[in-house]
Design a protein around this ligand. Sequence first.
Ligand SMILES: [Zn+2]
Length: 118
Amino acid sequence: MSFVSPGIYPQYIWGYKFLTEAINFFCTLSEEEISLERSKARKLRKTRWWRRKCASGKCHYCGRTVGAGNLTMDHMVPLARGGRSTRSNLVPACKECNSSKQAKLAFEWEDYLSRNSS
Ligand SMILES: [Zn+2]
């Protein structure tokens, strides 16, 4: 059995544990939280606020006008990355953007956006 100096080691563990917990707290949601956020998004989809947001028929990401019926609700910060179903995090996206966003990692998506806007 190896002996680790008790003066430093427990502190390190505590710091590490604290850090992981803090990251988990801010960056990830539990499964219950994710399903709660999903149901919140479903409810928001029925609101006048959302209909107004889609009224222009414009995709938030590529800026194309695809018509309100072709817009889907997208979480700018995905739930899997700790995003919430808040009005500021929900944007209308065309199906093309939505599916390509889902298939991409965040940095690839940013690259995709910058290519599209230029
Ligand atoms: Zn789009």
